[in-house]
Design a protein around this ligand. Structure first.
Ligand code: DX5
Ligand code: ZN
Length: 219
């Protein structure tokens, strides 16, 4: 099943729980939680406290995307009963294998994310250990940027590696996904679609979520 993971980075934080309720009613599968530290990326978003404020306000699982340096130091903060994935950046981890094992030891699924310019080769010796690969389709740091077209081919290549090697990690894409390119994204082999501004900046968040769910369900 193709899953939709709206990113709360573009939500209205003064009514975060209400916005999240709308994506839940609209049929979203996960809540994408974008954590930025002002070092790995040139922006600061929020930390585990904000994520944890949603516990009990929604049943949706958390899909945590750590755009931070030294993620090992903060992993436990993001582990909750509702946390399904914690994803770290390949570019931020000196000892990526150790960090992936660390995430798994907490009982959460482990993801690795690649910036747009990072080759899939970076996954060669880790791919069998990860539950998810997150391909950035914008340079991380901000919502509302345009999809970088070359990442469509990167997704196809990753889907082919997955098929050829018989692996069962999930392929997620993040950045610049809108109603008008989501079908192409899913056709490229993506199984978890992140959408931030396209969902939370809509006049009717619930209705926009439904539109996404309908499109990805038809592919
Ligand atoms: C970018 C974040 C994305 C972002 C997506 O650094 O990782 O999750 O919120 O936002 P849109 O969908 O607006 O590009
Ligand atoms: Zn993200």
């Amino acid at each position: 099943m193709i899953q939709l993971a709206p990113s709360i980075l573009s939500a209205d934080f003064s009514k975060l729980a209400e916005d999240v309720k709308q994506i839940e009613t609209g049929g979203a599968h996960l809540i994408h939680v974008d954590v930025m530290d002002g070092h790995f990326v040139p922006n600061i978003s929020f930390g585990a406290t904000v994520m944890k404020s949603l516990q009990g306000k929604t049943q949706l699982p958390f899909d945590v995307h750590l755009m931070i340096e030294n993620p090992d130091q903060y992993l436990e903060d993001f582990v909750t009963d509702q946390t399904e994935y914690i994803t770290v950046h390949q570019e931020a981890c000196t000892h990526l294998h150790r960090t992936i094992q660390h995430i798994k030891q907490t009982g959460v699924k482990a993801g690795v994310s690649l910036n747009p310019a990072t080759s899939l080769d970076a996954l060669d010796y880790i791919i069998e250990d990860v539950d998810m690969v997150l391909l950035m389709s914008v340079n991380p740091g901000f919502g509302g940027q345009s999809f970088i077209p070359q990442i469509m081919e990167k997704a196809r290549e990753l889907a082919e590696i997955k098929r050829a090697e018989g692996l069962d990690f999930r392929i997620e894409i993040d950045g610049g996904v809108k109603l008008d390119n989501v079908i192409e994204v899913v056709n490229a082999g993506v199984e978890i679609v992140v959408a931030g501004s396209a969902v939370f900046k809509a006049d009717n968040i619930e209705e926009r979520t439904r539109e996404f769910i309908k499109l990805i369900g038809e592919v």
